[in-house]
Ligand binder design. Structure first.
Ligand code: CTP
Ligand code: MG
Length: 229
């Protein structure tokens, strides 16, 4: 079975607040996008990689990651994923969708996700147990002191990461009816009745969203000197 990887990297990085779109921000002399693509290549699971970037940064991206396909994304993440799916074509039985914003994912996570799909699951996502106590609040109240409605049972919850792996057929079905509400590809799959399974994720698969996350990612790289263990 052959595997294609789509890397959505077309977001603007509003919450990060840097001058450049997030995927083009520097980590260790290399951009987040370069470190992410190096991790995918090092994992040795990809027969083809398609990176999806803002339209005005296509040429820049082609210079940064010359060995992969680069196409333009859309206004929403799911549109960018569909642009990646179109560019990937129909030659791949397994398709992984992996956020550029998670550049430090270890090879073992890629392997677990691919192995899960190869084992017969149509959709496989990496996830971690939740460490914090989780409380449901009444969002209609004051944002300075929200009233607690309930404490949620965290034992049955998982924080979901990427890469998310699918049979090509499942991912196409998931994206055929996107009304824009799901926050990940597996969410789209669930909504059309596709079984989604969770395999163990990894703390290094965290998403760079805020300046704090960027600092952690830079520190990890500076300390280990090597990523994707
Ligand atoms: N993404 C994309 N196309 C979009 C929006 C997001 O390809 N229209 C990608 C981002 O580049 C990122 C991944 O989806 O790799 C996860 O999105 P997120 O972390 O929300 O990144 P941004 O949308 O860039 O950040 P923000 O929401 O803070 O603006
Ligand atoms: Mg976003």
């Amino acid at each position: 079975m052959s595997t294609g990887v789509i890397v959505p990297a077309a977001g603007s990085g509003t919450r990060l607040g840097e001058a450049l779109p997030k995927a083009f921000v520097d980590l260790d002399g290399r951009s987040i996008l370069e470190v992410c693509v190096a991790g995918i290549v090092d994992a040795g699971i990809a027969d083809s990689v398609v990176v999806v970037v803002p339209v005005d940064l296509i040429d820049t991206a082609r210079t940064l990651v010359p060995d992969v396909t680069v196409v333009a994304g859309g206004a929403h993440r799911s549109e960018s994923v569909r642009a990646g799916l179109d560019a990937l074509g129909s030659d791949y039985d397994i398709v992984l969708v992996h956020d550029a914003a998670r550049p430090l994912v270890p090879a073992s996570v890629f392997r677990r996700v691919v192995d899960g799909v190869r084992a017969g699951h149509p959709a496989v996502v990496p996830g971690l147990p939740v460490a914090d106590t989780l409380k449901q609040v009444d969002p209609s109240g004051s944002s300075s002191a929200e009233r607690v409605v309930a404490t949620v049972d965290r034992e049955v919850l998982r924080a979901i990461q990427t890469p998310q792996g699918f049979t090509r057929e499942a991912l196409l079905r998931a994206h055929a009816d996107d009304s824009g509400l799901a926050t990940d590809d597996a969410g789209l799959a669930e909504r059309c009745g596709i079984d989604v399974h969770v395999v163990p994720g990894d703390p290094l698969a965290f998403k760079i969203t805020t300046p704090w996350d960027l600092r952690i990612a830079r520190d990890v790289l500076a300390e280990t000197g090597k990523v994707h263990p």
